[in-house]
Design a protein around this ligand. Structure first.
Ligand code: APR
Ligand code: ZN
Length: 236
């Protein structure tokens, strides 16, 4: 029976498949680029993983890989599988945002440029000081908190409220921040944004404010790329 997280993820999200025809390139493993009839270059590591041999198909996208190649591409603590081919997320992707952070939301009376007459949500993200875990670049060392608490703004419109709930779900999944090198200060070991853009300004002084008519759609797509969508969110 599966014991580690990634063994559970493999059991939940892949099916073992029988390869029918030798030389059919549709059956090539797109990690090692070898045919499914040939052995994976990572076979030896997989021998330590019980019940996983041969080739598997991911259940949603149906892409095929050698089981041992897929195992090689997963972190041992992985609870989800992102298809190496098409990036379809199988299971719930979680990130490496430090724990014990808070996301505080307050509704204010003022309006954002482009959203006249609408109120404004102000989000405040805070983290206590802490030590990097095994999932971070320098485990055991502290992480730096530059520019915290960080604030972001959303309009109080139906789409704005939808984005707010998606951001709350992404925060719970530890996907809003990560620990890495800050692109703006080149300082390593910082808590940094994780690719989901935030409007940290009301107006556009530094390029991260309003008006921006495409922002709510763009951030919805960035969240979807991390597997956070309306239909898999608890808050909807
Ligand atoms: N506001 C919002 N997003 C920003 C900002 C900003 N002021 N500056 C950069 N980003 C975006 C970038 O477009 C990039 O996609 O964050 C991503 C990562 O950039 P980094 O510089 O590595 O991020 P980080 O160091 O975490 O933050 C930079 O954001 O909120 C501010 O005060 C914070 O000045 C800091 C800045
Ligand atoms: Zn392979």
């Amino acid at each position: 029976n599966p014991t580690t997280n990634f063994e559970k993820a493999l059991a939940a999200h892949t099916e073992e498949i029988i390869i029918q025809t030798a030389g059919d390139s549709a059956e090539d493993c797109s990690i090692c680029l070898c045919g499914a009839h040939e052995e994976s270059p990572y076979q030896s590591r997989a021998e330590t993983v019980r019940d996983i041999t041969g080739s598997v198909a991911l259940k949603q996208c149906r892409h095929v890989f050698h089981a041992s190649c897929l195992v090689q591409s997963l972190a041992t603590d992985a609870t989800s599988i992102t298809c190496p081919n098409c990036k379809t997320i199988h299971g719930t992707l979680t990130g490496t945002q430090p724990s014990n952070g808070t996301m505080h939301v307050r509704l204010n009376e003022y309006s954002l440029p482009g959203y006249d007459g609408c109120k404004t949500y102000k989000i405040t993200y805070s983290f206590p000081r802490g030590i990097q875990g095994p999932e971070h670049p320098s485990p055991g060392r502290p992480y730096f908190l530059i520019g915290f608490p960080r604030c972001a703004y959303l309009p109080d419109t139906p789409k704005g409220r939808k984005v707010l709930r998606l951001l709350q779900e992404a925060f719970d999944r530890r996907l809003i921040f990560t620990v890495g090198t800050s692109a703006t200060t080149s300082q390593p070991d910082c808590v940094v944004w994780n690719g989901v853009h935030h409007k940290t300004e009301v107006t556009n002084y530094g390029g991260h404010g309003y008006p921006d008519p495409n922002y709510l759609d763009n951030v919805t797509m960035e969240l979807a790329a991390l597997g956070v969508t309306e239909d898999n969110c608890r808050n909807f």
